[in-house]
Design a protein around this ligand. Structure first.
Ligand code: HEC
Length: 180
């Protein structure tokens, strides 16, 4: 696989955002309604443990971007994870799975609108994701040496850590800000 080009920047951002934050911040999710959970998931910072384990090869995707069933399936197949082995130690696995599921998104919200399958394994293939990115040229994305893959959300979106993808926070390397 290609190593994600913005890894350095992501790690710096993580360091600033996440120092002192650890697994356990998700405890509130268990007593909230589905809608409250989604709101919290959008706002909650990514725990350092999740960033360390799942942010090694690409950004640690905010759990709200996929439904719980997707995270369960992804976490059950880490040995063959998109041609990589992303297996975790058992105690890390349990914590990451708990975090992902308790902060997962719900069908019909955000990028999970108009879903065609119940447990998609890629955010980048969600219909709403494709719709949001359909006006971007290959030169801006997959042909851009500073982006390479649509999976590198943090190459262009400056506020991915909080799962906010505001247009004014978009800066496409070599092309600059983007307005739909
Ligand atoms: C050893 C490297 C590696 C690690 C560690 C890793 N991944 Fe991945 N992951 C990949 C690769 C490679 C892809 C495919 C990226 C691409 O197509 O550009 C991927 C893709 C993904 C995608 C789909 C992105 C899309 O295109 O929508 C998700 C979701 C994901 N990983 C979640 C995780 C989670 C959760 C963890 C932690 C348990 C994790 N990854 C750890 C290598 C890794």
């Amino acid at each position: 696989m290609h190593t994600v080009v913005t890894r350095g920047r992501w790690l710096v951002a993580c360091g600033l955002l996440m120092s002192g934050i650890y697994f356990g911040v998700s405890a509130l999710g268990s007593v909230a309604t589905a809608s409250d959970q989604a709101t919290m998931a959008m706002k909650g910072p990514v725990p350092a443990g999740y960033a360390r384990t799942c942010g090694e090869c690409h950004m640690a995707y905010p759990p709200v971007l996929l439904p719980a069933k997707s995270w369960e399936t992804l976490m059950a197949g880490l040995e063959y994870h998109f041609d990589d082995n992303a297996e975790l130690l058992p105690d890390e696995h349990a914590k990451v799975l708990k975090y992902l599921i308790s902060h997962a998104g719900f069908e019909g919200q955000g990028l999970l609108q108009k879903m065609q399958t119940k447990a998609p394994l890629r955010i980048t293939q969600l219909p709403e994701f494709r719709h949001e990115h359909d006006e971007l040229s290959a030169a801006m994305t997959t042909g851009n040496p500073d982006v390479i893959s649509m999976s590198n959300c943090d190459a262009c979106n400056q506020d991915t850590a909080l799962a906010r993808f505001e247009e004014e926070m978009i800066d496409i390397p070599g092309f600059g800000p983007w307005e739909d």
